[in-house]
Design a protein around this ligand. Structure first.
Ligand SMILES: C[S@@+](CC[C@H](N)C(=O)[O-])C[C@H]1O[C@@H](n2cnc3c(N)ncnc32)[C@H](O)[C@@H]1O
Length: 100
């Protein structure tokens, strides 16, 4: 599902383990300039009830990274979804699709 308004899109990963957040909207050291905004993880939508991947914090070459791990077998044409782990928008407002 593609968002209609680019201003609605953000790439904050809130991790429960260790209670920290990775801001993936910023350029990182592991992807070259221009490429980092096209990494696949940024394109994943949210589902609280029907997620099929889970974000895991790992250390890779001394960098803290997020790996998306399948929680079950995923069919070839199935959309990858994970639970964003938030219940409201940044401003505290209810967002319908966060309930799905
Ligand atoms: C990390 S981006 C996901 C990729 C995004 N759909 C795109 O096309 O770039 C997060 C944004 O996607 C949209 N989104 C994520 N999950 C959604 C859902 N279940 N229903 C509707 N929009 C969703 C929201 O606009 C959200 O801010």
């Amino acid at each position: 599902m593609k968002s209609k308004d680019p201003k609605d899109t953000n790439y904050m990963f809130f991790m429960k383990e260790g209670k920290f957040c990775i801001d993936a909207s910023k350029e990182c050291s592991c992807h070259s300039r221009g490429v980092f905004m096209t990494t696949l993880g940024r394109g994943l939508n949210h589902s609280r009830k029907n997620f099929n991947v889970k974000a895991k914090k790992k250390t890779l070459d001394r960098n803290t990274v997020i790996l998306l791990e399948a929680t079950r077998c995923i069919n070839k044409d199935e959309e990858l979804l994970f639970d964003y782990g938030v219940k409201t928008g940044e401003d505290g407002k209810q967002i319908d699709w966060l309930k799905q």
